[in-house]
Write a protein that binds this ligand. Structure first.
Ligand code: SAH
Length: 395
């Protein structure tokens, strides 16, 4: 096994079990490990620190896996991590009302670069590091042993893979080609999931609990679901007696699936509209028309991909939320989210305070939203925390 040596003074994060070693922190590597190869990381005194995946194409040159020198990272190591992660989700699926969730969440489940989402009998995986790519045969074998899935589909995201020098993929890894729409249930609501063409691996299962919370407030209300995708918040609101729901998204495919989901749940007779538009344009249109709502959901895509983009992103979040606040009836609720890891909850609250000032509104935070337990945050890897939201009462 090849040794990679840390520069002097760079070992603190490793000792704190942070799983990333940046390329600037290591000495030139002797012996040319292949990308994805498992190496031994040593400190400047040449003492063992950890085993990790090496990649000279990535800013993160080493992704650490195991800190115990006597525990080799072999097939059994990967099988054990997969088993532990899958077992940890059993209770989410136990009551039979939910058959979709995230089974493996990358670094947070000690498997850097591997995401596995369960869609009823089908699995969608994203393989985002070259090390994990090399480990895939054993991981697929273990997933097959544990779950006997009808299919395992690789839906790896292009941009993250490019950082690792990997090609984009969209291929069947095991089993039979999944149907165009895989039928799943989340809290008793039916969804069709387009794994191959939908966004991410097909569905945003990280909003499962937040959809339920929001639905508690929906009875008798007029709801606007912005960035609706395939209708998670829309369907939960209709299920809980919203009198009218309007969904807005810029993706035609997302809205097509949303309409299918309305049918699947027998909500054809409810008052529901789907508008294909840029939310920023549509909100201004509603404002100019004098339209008002009782509840507005704002669940935009990631505005801040990195810390350096945070200032710009904060302004975009502020503008969006100001518009949302202005469209609410007095005492109405704004459910607003940020899935930018670079923006923490305190900063997000500050942004909403600015938005309230600009909107000329009083705002009370009545509930804080987070990512659910199938997207755990590892204590030594705070970067795994990305989804946050606030339910705001607005006057
Ligand atoms: N709330 C959704 C998930 C939202 S994901 C759910 O519960 O499933 C973000 C969505 O925003 C995507 O569907 C994407 O198509 C849409 N989107 C991105 N930019 C947009 C814009 N400027 N206007 C409208 N929709 C946008």
């Amino acid at each position: 096994m090849i040794d990679v040596v840390l520069k002097k003074g760079k070992e603190k994060a490793v000792l704190h079990r942070h799983p990333w070693v940046f390329s600037g922190a290591i000495e030139p590597v002797k012996g040319k490990p292949a990308n994805g190869e498992i190496i031994r990381l040593l400190n400047a005194k040449k003492e063992f620190l950890a085993y990790g995946f090496y990649n000279d194409q990535s800013r993160v040159a080493v992704r650490l896996l195991e800190w115990d020198e006597n525990t080799p990272v072999d097939d059994n190591w990967f099988r054990d991590k997969v088993r532990t992660a899958v077992a940890g989700r059993a209770h989410i699926l136990a009551d039979g009302r939910t058959d979709t969730c995230r089974l493996i969440f990358s670094e947070s489940d000690y498997l850097p670069g591997l995401i596995v989402d369960k869609y009823a009998g089908h699995l969608a995986v994203q393989v985002l590091t070259s090390g994990m790519q090399a480990a895939m045969p054993v991981i697929i074998d273990e997933l097959n042993t544990l779950l006997k899935s009808e299919s395992i589909f690789d839906k790896s995201d292009a941009t993250s893979r490019a950082h690792e020098g990997l090609e984009t993929t969209n291929v069947l890894l095991a089993g039979n080609q999944p149907p165009e729409l895989v039928m799943v249930k989340e809290n008793g609501i039916a969804y069709g999931i387009n794994i191959a063409e939908g966004q991410k691996s097909g569905f945003y299962c990280d909003q499962r609990e937040n959809r339920l919370t929001l639905a508690n407030y929906a009875r008798g209300k007029k709801v606007l679901d912005c960035f609706s995708y395939t209708g998670g918040f829309t369907l939960n609101s209709l299920q809980n007696g919203a009198v009218q729901v309007t969904s807005v998204d810029s993706s035609a495919l997302a809205l097509e699936t949303l309409q299918e989901n309305i049918r699947l749940n027998g909500f054809e007779d409810t008052k529901h509209d789907a508008i294909k538009s840029d939310v920023n344009v549509q909100l201004r249109k509603f404002r100019d028309e004098g339209e008002k709502f009782d509840i507005i959901v704002l669940d935009p895509p990631k505005y801040a991909p990195s810390r350096s983009a945070l200032d710009r992103a904060s302004r975009a979040y502020k503008d969006l939320n100001r518009l949302g606040m202005q469209l609410l009836n007095s005492g109405g609720l704004l459910a607003t989210f940020s899935c930018s890891g670079a923006m923490d909850m305190e900063t997000f609250k500050q942004v909403l305070a600015w938005a309230a000032l600009d909107a000329g509104k009083q705002v009370q935070f009545v509930h804080q939203f987070h990512q659910p337990e199938d997207h755990p945050v590892r204590a030594s890897f705070p970067e795994g925390e990305y989804l946050k939201g606030l339910l705001c009462r607005v006057w």
